[in-house]
Write a protein that binds this ligand. Structure first.
Ligand code: ATP
Ligand code: MG
Length: 442
């Protein structure tokens, strides 16, 4: 796949017309970084590049994540996402890949993504992890059995196996909450609650004692003994009032009504935002350009949407397997404008995963934003092509350092006329900075 960027400006001054071309087969990876302060033409650049890619005959699928609704592409298959649309994403679809996929990884990514948008407390996080693990198990997906991660796992069932959805998660969490409320109102539940309180006190004391030594703390020792006998009393009470035998499991996992309630609320909020729906978005499978119009989503929803969608795309790329020699190296290109909204310096951030692993699975990531600090370190370090459309002078030093370039060169960049490019070609250890006279004007 090729994008004609323009003509080599230096050679042009010597009367030589030498086109500068981005060629996905010649470059180390198909990731592209576009940087330019507001109004410098980032969106216009993306639109033009997309049109060039679509004009060529290929099987490349473009995913255009449009935050402002201004990457309009003729004939693209466009889907709008909002609270009132009936389709959306399912964050609980599991990749069956034995190494990269699985239940545990999915839960980890799910929680990390939520945390990246609005942090969850550590107790809520633990409860959420248990809840989703149990939800998966109830649907036939088990963290420690990779064969169960497949939808077609060889077992016959009354109903076909399917991934749990956000609706299921809400329902499941509510049931658990009800059970916990009812359970803790029974004599065994109350005894367990008492036992839990006393043992945490006991734990705190024993930590203090092991730090200072029991002989120096007779009062603490005495307190510990009192708590011990209290714990024994509660335990006995619990055993004597046991009904189902499952009381302790749920009590340990779901901790307290308050924590579980806050998790239920978080799930309900997630369900209410316009992202997670049971029905998949109606993109045209024959159209090469899929345009995701996410203008109507709130900023935190946009972030969740993009991260979860990219996770889905990566999971399905894993299922297809790595690109083989002799095949087209690029299968899917993901285009993200205003990319600063989505980058996090976090190993679980899917943009960083794609920056590092996407190439092997035929995925290219194209990200546009205003300043060098808007991109994650992983992306900056891995991206093979950087295009500088004009950056605010306050960032020149940072940019010079990050791109290992003499910042005097940035003086030659002129809005809409001359842009800077740096491409890391296969077989080259260094990538030089080339000034390019852009081919067309608006
Ligand atoms: N190569 C070009 N030649 C002439 N005009 C251009 C060129 N590229 C962009 N423009 C014009 O500049 C204006 C800003 O372009 P664009 O919206 O692409 O910038 P942007 O970097 O995406 O800005 P923002 O950060 O605000 O989103 C538009 O009116 C566009 O038509
Ligand atoms: Mg723009």
């Amino acid at each position: 796949m090729k994008i004609e960027l323009g003509l080599d400006d230096y050679l042009l001054s010597k009367q030589q017309r030498s086109p500068v071309v981005w060629d996905s087969e010649a470059i180390v990876n198909a990731h592209l970084l576009i940087m330019g302060k507001t109004g410098m033409g980032k969106t216009t650049f993306l639109r033009r590049a997309i049109n060039q890619l679509l004009a060529a005959d290929s099987g490349l699928r473009l995913h255009i994540l449009d935050v402002h609704g201004d990457i309009t592409i003729e004939h693209a298959s466009s889907v709008q996402f909002s609270e009132s649309t009936e389709y959306g994403l399912n964050p609980f679809a599991v990749s069956p890949d034995r190494h990269f996929g699985g239940v545990r990884k999915r839960i980890q990514d799910f929680i990390a993504t939520l945390n990246g948008c609005r942090p969850i407390g550590s107790r809520q996080e633990a409860v959420m992890r248990h809840l989703i693990t149990d939800l998966y198990a109830a649907n036939g997906f088990f963290a420690d059995n990779y064969k169960s991660w497949l939808l077609q796992d060889g077992y016959t069932r009354k109903y076909p196996k399917r991934y749990p959805t956000m609706d299921d998660a809400c329902r499941f969490a509510c049931i658990k909450l009800k059970q916990l409320i009812i359970g803790s109102d029974t004599p065994s539940g109350r005894a367990l609650e008492g036992l839990n309180k006393v043992t945490s006190k006991l734990y705190r004391i024993s930590k203090q004692l092991s730090a200072s030594g029991s002989e120096h703390n007779p009062t603490l020792m005495e307190q510990a003994l009192t708590y011990r006998s209290e714990a024994k009393k509660y335990y006995l009470e619990y055993i004597e009032n046991l009904e189902t035998g499952k009381e302790l499991d749920d009590f340990i996992k779901y901790e307290s009504k308050d924590v579980l309630k806050s998790v239920v609320e978080r799930f309900e909020n997630l369900k209410a935002c316009g992202i997670f729906k049971n029905q998949a978005p109606p993109f045209d499978p024959l159209n090469r350009a899929w345009h995701y119009n996410i203008t109507a989503l709130r900023e935190d929803e946009k972030r969740l949407f993009v991260e979860f969608r990219l996770q889905e795309l990566f999971a399905s790329a894993l299922e297809k397997g790595p690109v083989e020699k002799g095949q087209c190296l690029l299968r899917e290109l993901i285009i993200i404008d205003e990319a600063h909204l989505f980058f996090r310096d976090d190993q679980h951030n899917i943009l960083n995963t794609l920056a590092k692993e996407g190439r092997k699975f035929g995925i290219g990531l194209v990200c546009a934003s205003q300043a060098p600090t808007h991109f994650s370190d992983d992306f900056f370090a891995n991206v093979a092509t950087k295009i500088v459309l004009g950056v605010d002078q306050m960032y020149w030093d940072t940019l010079g350092r990050k791109m290992k370039l003499d910042i005097k060169l940035l003086n030659y960049i002129r809005p809409f006329e001359v842009v800077g490019t740096q491409m890391n070609m296969k077989g080259d250890t260094r990538s030089s900075f080339t000034l390019v006279r852009v081919a067309h004007r608006n």
